[in-house]
Each structure stands twice: as C-alpha cells, then as structure tokens.
Design a protein around this ligand. Structure first.
Ligand code: CA
Ligand code: CA
Ligand code: CA
Length: 170
C-alpha cells in the first residue's frame, strides 16, 4: 500500500536532491549544493576544504547514479528515484551512509573551523539552510541531530541522521 503521506515524504526527499528544481537529479545538483555551502562559509573552491567538498559531492552523485540511474542517461528521474533509490536505500541504509559520508564529512569540516571534528548547532543549521532547508526548521533540525546531547554535531550524528531521513519507511 502506498499512502499519500509516503508519497509526500518521497517528494520532499526528491526535492532536497533536485537542488535546481528542474525535475531530475544530476551531477549539477550536487555541484550546486557544494557551491552554495562554500559561499555560505566563505570558503574558496580551490582550497583544500573546497576540493574535499567537490570530491565528496562527485562521489555522492556517482553513488546515487549507481543505485538509481537505471537507463544510464546521467539523470535520476522521479520514477528512478522512487523505484530505485528509495527502495534500495531503505533495504541498505549503511550503503547510503557510505556514499554520503565523504560529502557530509567535508560539509562538517566547513562548519568546524577549529578542526575538532564537530560543529555547533548554529553552524550546522547554516549547512542545512545552504542545502535548502527552510530557516524556520533548520535550527530545530540541527538541534535534533545532536543525539548525544553534547551541544555539538559530530560526523556520526550527521551521517546516521541523514541516512535515516532518506530511508523513508513505507
Ligand atoms: Ca536538478
Ligand atoms: Ca536515468
Ligand atoms: Ca553531539
């Protein structure tokens, strides 16, 4: 049974990936996300952190394409996303964490200027806003990522939350 609530949630996940809103997910969406993050944190694309973020975005795109781009046209349509990505990611959330991790690791590094391996809730909210989460919900969403309650968002917290968000229960 496919409920309308389920459909609505899938549509929201698709929209998160389809950063430019043109109706399909492709490499451009991932590089656009990286570009927005770098702009938000005033980081140059050619810096080490910038290069790590673009590398992570490319790896994320390749991983998603490998899972969902059935016809190999370098675009993930809504249909491919629903029938390919959503189902396979739900069956294997660890796989999703693996393909998203380099990008999330690099995004967290932008928000973590002292290199301590974690970011404040406020800076994590900036990451979420740059990725298209509305300002109203970004602060709440960032605070919710702090599952161990130490006031900081670490890589394990962001990766597992991300995987949970995208592995929508049917
Ligand atoms: Ca797109
Ligand atoms: Ca395709
Ligand atoms: Ca924490």
């Amino acid at each position: 049974m496919v409920s309308s609530e389920y459909e609505r949630r899938i549509a929201a996940r698709f929209a998160t990936f389809d950063q430019d809103g043109n109706g399909y997910i492709d490499r451009e969406d991932f590089s656009a996300a990286a570009k927005r993050l770098l702009a938000e944190f005033g980081t140059a694309a050619r810096s080490d952190k910038g290069q790590a973020l673009y590398g992570g975005a490319e790896a994320f795109w390749q991983g998603m394409a490998g899972i969902a781009d059935r016809d190999g046209d370098q675009r993930i349509t809504r249909d491919e996303f629903v029938s390919g990505a959503v189902k396979r990611l739900r069956d294997n959330p660890d796989r999703f964490a693996e393909i998203a991790r380099p990008f999330l690791h690099a995004a967290l590094a932008l928000a973590d200027p002292d290199g301590g391996g974690s970011a404040s809730v406020a800076d994590t909210a900036r990451v979420l806003t740059a990725l298209g989460v509305s300002q109203d919900t970004a602060a709440t969403a960032a605070a919710a990522l702090d599952t161990d309650g130490d006031g900081k968002i670490g890589e394990a917290e962001i990766v597992s939350s991300f995987a949970r968000y995208f592995t929508v229960p049917e």
